[in-house]
Design a protein around this ligand. Sequence first.
Ligand code: MN
Ligand code: MN
Length: 460
Amino acid sequence: MQNKKQTIWEKDDEQKLNAFCEDYRVFLSGHKTERENVAGMEEELRKAGAKTLEEAVAEGKPLQPGEVVYTDMMKKSLLVFRIGQRPMTDGLRLLGAHIDSPRLDLKQHPLYEDTDLALFDTHYYGGIKKYQWTALPMALHGVVARKDGSVTEICIGEDADDPVFGVSDLLIHLASKQMAKPASEAVEGENLNILVGSRPLADQKDEDVKDAVKANILRLLKEKYDMEDDDFVSAEIEVVPAGPARDYGLDRSMIMGYGQDDKVCAYPSFRAIMDEKHPEFTSICLLTDKEEIGSVGATGTHSRFYENTLAEVMNIQGCYSELELRRLLTRTKVLSSDVSAGFDPDYPDVMDKNNCAYLGRGPVFNKYTGARGKSGSNDANAEYIAFLRKLMDENNIIYQTSELGKVDAGGGGTIAYILANLGMEVIDFGVAVLNMHAPWEITSKADIYEAYNAYRAFLK
Ligand code: MN
Ligand code: MN
């Protein structure tokens, strides 16, 4: 509410705000990929005594109000249910967000040697300004799956004494041609190669060892991870900025971290369903993968996995039929959360000042997203927005409304329209970010905490 005088900082216990944001900062630092995010939250769920869907199905008896059941899809997307006081068929309250973030993925044959340097070839994931990803310390996160069925997790570059990696950039002294190019071409996607070694294999018996630096890297990978060159074919290794998220600003009012799009919404959504223990309606937290490349695939929001799981839980509760499932979907209200563009005083030209998001003014409702004439947007219903305004005001939540930039400036999509296709009431909601899709993104702690409060109010 732009004309409320009170700020989020003043309205609540600042200690609680800071404690929540510190939990978030630590979680964000330790869970940079979708797989790590799912694993970390499943650990929390187990600690809290939640059941897996498989356990609940095996028990074969209805879950009690307040009970939590969860499942994941291929360890990359997560679905958490908390049973409400009312029958499930009365409808659901759903919090959705995505846990994949822009990064550089290793190609299937990544390792090569060129002029005594060993490098990994990458294919970037999601929309990035390529020039932002050079000359930075980077870490490798992911898994190697072998033919024998074993899977090894890899994480190198996060411990203080780990080595780091990176993409080199051209020295300014020789960059006159590069600097004259448009920014979109200054660094080419095919040149986003990760430098991983420069030392040739020692004790070479065979003087003709080709690519001795690459051979040495393969020796290290064999020693440490028991992997061969061919095992990269069945690996998923993401190259992400190395190091923890940090407090940002002299007043420590902000957080700078990798992957806040969209973990800055995913984490508070997850915490809200964990903390709001006696909801009236059954609550769902849906944390999805592949949003940054179109919500496709078995783990993206387009996947039938979500409806299938809903059918399973209805079945456990003894209320499943195809018709009841369809009815339930249309009785469901959703906060589809994704980050919004924060107003940046350095770049005012792309924003309409009356209809954009400001850091620190609370979580953001976007009636619509889309680009060039709302194309591709879920355009939320006026009646649903009125319902949410009332809910937010009754719970003293400070919020704002925005669009993603000026009408012709560009735009973006979210998962909102996919959920809306099922007949749910859906609105885009989320936290404003500066540096969106850059290696290090910035958010306001006030917005993070108030988003969490808003989620709790919505589930309660
Ligand atoms: Mn996003
Ligand atoms: Mn994004």
